[in-house]
Design a protein around this ligand. Structure first.
Ligand code: FAD
Length: 397
């Protein structure tokens, strides 16, 4: 049964963060808008985001927090719909929120507050939404597009692709947006899982078998990337914000370096400890920095025997400090799209207007959100990109 309008001004495919925002903005301009999604409910990634509390933006959002082959592309949209605009919308809906750390804003209650906000905005704008609707084909018309769906055909003036990236296929992620881009001859920047935990080799995991659940602050570095945040040992390898962030810089076979005591020079600190507490054992002193399990592990890993500090010469202690300071490893891989928060790469922004998100060679076709080659750091930046790019398109579709 065809339960869809035959003709609509704006057809948006993907009822996630970007798609719902775009429908609301377009609808508020008086455009008839319809959002279609193949999943059984809207905004699934919003619901699971931020540990259930949706880190919906970041106070310090700026273009430097995004990866793209064209780092300038995101500037216009981010400047025209900022974190402050989205915060004002959150406040208009009376949603309680707080800053957790590093400018990251989370809902006090549940991520569902943000989905409810988007649905209320869509209702107020008379935008229609249909779930469980699969898209069968997209054909360009002389003016506009004809889209065949499992609920029947729809013709539209503007077609917006908001189908996101490849991460978490069990939540409905598909490569649909990339296929549409290719259908219209657009390049897709190679994609890869990002903001994703590292896996480690079996032998290393056996050595770390006491550690899953242990966390410590580190500075994780790889190539030009460097992040000072928590690292967490897991049963498969390494996770925590520092690891997720650095995973966006890492490529297969590359070495990642962790400064295990990022706020001090361990060689100097151990010399000071030796002067103050010469009788204290090395492992007891290090327990002031790390949990006992971590101390045991790092000492064993580096083949360092614990003795009272006075039994080490200053030179020996300095060398121990330097060895303990840095841990370098080549991860076996990542957990991949199964657990990645985002997809690096996507529709090449060279083909897209940074002001409107419209495809330069294909009038009336728009790409917004994560499907584009714009990927944020961990910390609310990816949702801010969804809001900003959706708003830019919503104002013109
Ligand atoms: C576990 C997890 C936690 C996250 N936490 C945060 C966070 O706290 N803060 C943050 O900023 N970012 C977070 N992110 C990233 C953020 O969720 C995404 O960047 C954001 O949702 C992208 O918005 P989007 O609208 O482009 O795509 P999505 O929100 O992924 O929406 C795409 C929609 O398109 C639909 N779709 C896909 N293919 C088809 C198809 N073939 N036909 C019809 N519909 C289709 C999907 O069902 C989905 O509803 C998290 C991601 C994950 C996976």
């Amino acid at each position: 049964m065809n339960d869809l309008p035959q003709q609509i001004d704006v057809l948006i495919i993907g009822a996630g963060a970007a798609g719902l925002m775009c429908a609301a903005v377009a609808g508020q301009r008086g455009r008839s808008a319809l959002v279609l999604d193949h999943a059984n409910k809207v905004g699934k990634k919003i619901l699971m985001s931020g540990g259930g509390r949706c880190n919906f933006t970041n106070l310090y959002t700026s273009p430097e927090n995004f990866y793209s082959e064209n780092p300038h592309f995101c500037k216009s949209a981010l400047a025209r719909y900022t974190q402050w605009d989205f915060i004002a919308l959150v406040e208009k809906h009376g949603i309680p929120y707080h800053e957790k750390t590093l400018g990251q804003l989370f809902c006090d209650n549940k991520s569902k507050d943000i989905v409810d906000l988007l649905l209320a905005e869509c209702r107020a704008a008379r935008a229609q939404i249909r779930t469980r609707c699969s898209i069968e084909s997209v054909q360009p018309l002389e003016s506009g597009y004809r889209v065949e769906t499992s609920l029947g055909p729809v013709q539209c003036e503007s077609l917006v692709i908001a189908t996101g990236g490849l991460s978490i296929p069990t939540m409905g992620a598909t490569g649909f947006g990339y296929e549409i881009a290719q259908q219209f001859g657009l390049r897709v920047v190679p994609t890869r899982a990002a903001l994703v935990p590292f896996t480690q080799h079996k032998r290393q995991l056996e050595r770390q078998q006491e550690l899953p659940g242990s966390a410590l602050p580190v500075t994780a570095s790889c190539g030009p990337g460097s992040f000072h945040e928590q690292m967490l040992f897991t049963h498969r390898g390494l996770s925590g914000p520092a690891v997720l962030q650095i995973s966006s810089h890492w490529r297969e076979g590359e070495r990642v370096s962790f400064d295990l005591a990022p706020d001090r020079d361990l060689a100097e600190w151990l010399a000071q400890q030796r002067a103050e507490k010469p009788e204290a054992h090395l492992h007891t002193v290090l327990a002031g920095l790390w949990s006992r399990k971590l101390v045991q592990h790092f000492l064993a890993e580096k083949g360092i025997e614990s003795r009272p500090l006075k039994q080490f010469s200053p030179a020996e202690l300095s060398e121990i400090g330097s060895r303990l300071q840095t841990w370098e490893l080549v991860p076996a891989g990542t957990e991949g799209y199964r657990t990645a928060e985002v997809t690096l790469g996507g529709v090449d922004t060279d083909a897209i207007s940074s002001r409107t998100m419209e495809c330069k060679s294909q009038p009336g076709l728009y790409f917004i959100g994560e499907v584009l080659d714009v990927t944020g750091w961990l910390g609310g930046y990816n949702f801010q990109w969804a809001w900003s790019s959706a708003h830019a398109a919503g104002e013109v579709v």
